[in-house]
Design a protein around this ligand. Structure first.
Ligand SMILES: [Zn+2]
Length: 326
């Protein structure tokens, strides 16, 4: 039987991380120093966008922008080059924002993902989620629920401070059961390449640091009024999206359904270096793209152009992404 770790979480997929981290540090957590103070020219002031959306106030908290190397994307190489040329990305780099989202109702502050935090393996310039959160008028202690779409470093890094302590002391940490099982599985970790060990270790540290505040849930679970976790497996085994029914308005937070709005809508079966199962990720993506297009649902995503709201339109056999101003 095909080994999903060795076939898809292969060595080359972690070269970006490996190159950024110094040799010998990968068996340890990928934490080094906090990068919160690193200046980043690309970020707008505070990296915060807030708007009323039905019963919720939604804020986009920009953590940083990852310059994804073109080599992370694979599939129809000619088509990939054509899309990148069309949108003017001819240097072999696709800039991908990393955003967390804050959903506020009358009585709850719900954070969806937490940015890269103090993790330094992807280089400096991340961890701005916290300053955006503070600018939104919310302190870490006021967060009631943190929902993780999945446990990759750019989504869970902000859960721990540089000493490894929980950043959100009063929060329930809601994660899909399959996601926790994957990263906590010692056999899966043992089979993963050396470069991935720090990622496994960091995820385990996060789950442990939140102790009995960790809530492992099944798909379909309503996390807060109108907010439901939906399975979107493939990118990781427990990768989840959120349906947000905000009364008169609806939205889907699609997490890592795509890492480039233009590439993934033009080439929906594209594979990404950090996918655990690219085939499953593509099948999930196409199903959700069809659903988003036919329902005309507004989406927001972790790696969508800041502030991250848009729609997917069906266009022949593929799709087109359009940004939406709220
Ligand atoms: Zn991501």
């Amino acid at each position: 039987m095909k080994d999903p770790i060795h076939s898809t979480l292969g060595r080359r997929h972690f070269l970006g991380l490996a190159a950024a981290a110094t040799a010998g540090t990968l068996a340890a957590p990928v934490l080094a120093k906090t990068t919160n103070e690193e200046p980043t020219k690309l970020l707008p002031p505070k990296g915060l966008f807030s708007t009323e959306f039905g019963d919720y106030r939604i804020s986009t908290l920009l953590d940083g922008i990852i310059p994804l190397q073109k080599g992370y994307f694979s599939g129809d190489e000619q088509a990939i080059d054509a899309v990148l040329a069309e949108i003017g990305l001819t240097e072999g780099v696709v800039p991908a924002p990393v955003s967390a989202f804050l959903f506020q109702s009358k009585d709850k502050n719900i954070l969806v993902d937490a940015g890269m935090g103090a993790i330094s393996a992807m280089g400096p310039g991340y961890g701005h989620m916290m300053s955006a959160l503070l600018a939104a008028g919310v302190s870490p202690a006021q967060i009631d629920i943190v929902v993780l779409t999945h446990a990759h470093p750019d989504h869970i890094g902000g859960l721990l401070d540089a000493e490894g302590n929980a950043v959100f002391p009063n929060a329930e940490l809601v994660v899909a059961r399959e996601e926790v099982a994957f990263w906590n599985n010692p056999e899966t970790m043992a089979k993963a390449p050396e470069e991935a060990q720090g990622i496994f270790q960091f995820a385990q540290n996060c789950f442990k640091a939140y102790g009995d505040q960790l809530s492992q849930v099944d798909a379909g679970k309503e996390i807060a009024k109108g907010i439901t976790l939906q399975a979107a497996h493939g990118h990781t085994p427990g990768h989840s999206v959120l349906r947000v029914d905000a009364g008169k308005k609806e939205l889907m937070m699609v997490a890592d359904l795509f890492h480039s709005a233009e590439l993934y809508t033009a080439i929906p079966d594209i594979a990404f270096g950090f996918d655990v199962d690219s085939k499953q990720a593509a099948a999930t993506r196409i199903k959700l793209f069809d659903q988003l297009a036919s329902d005309k649902t507004i989406l927001c995503g972790s790696h969508v152009h800041f502030p991250g709201f848009g729609r997917v339109l069906k266009e022949g056999k593929t799709y087109r992404y359009i940004p939406v101003s709220l």
